[in-house]
Design a protein around this ligand. Structure first.
Ligand SMILES: [Zn+2]
Length: 68
């Protein structure tokens, strides 16, 4: 798995919490939850089985221009 960095402080001292699996449009999304040990922020990374990691929902919206 690629290294994951905290989006808040940029460090990678992360605790991986139990992942969540959801079904979206017949794809299985695995949502990994990370808790940063440096700044105590919690963030998610979403893994699509076929496409690999994408950023969280907000990040995807920010890149609308990319898809048009
Ligand atoms: Zn952090």
């Amino acid at each position: 798995m690629e290294p994951i960095f905290c989006p808040y402080c940029g460090l990678k001292r992360l605790e991986e919490l139990d992942p969540t699996e959801i079904m979206v449009d017949n794809d299985i999304w695995i949502i990994y939850h990370y808790e940063c040990q440096e700044c105590a922020e919690i963030f998610d990374k979403i893994l699509l089985k076929d496409e690999g990691f994408i950023d969280d929902f907000n990040g995807e919206e920010d890149e609308k221009g990319f898809w048009s």
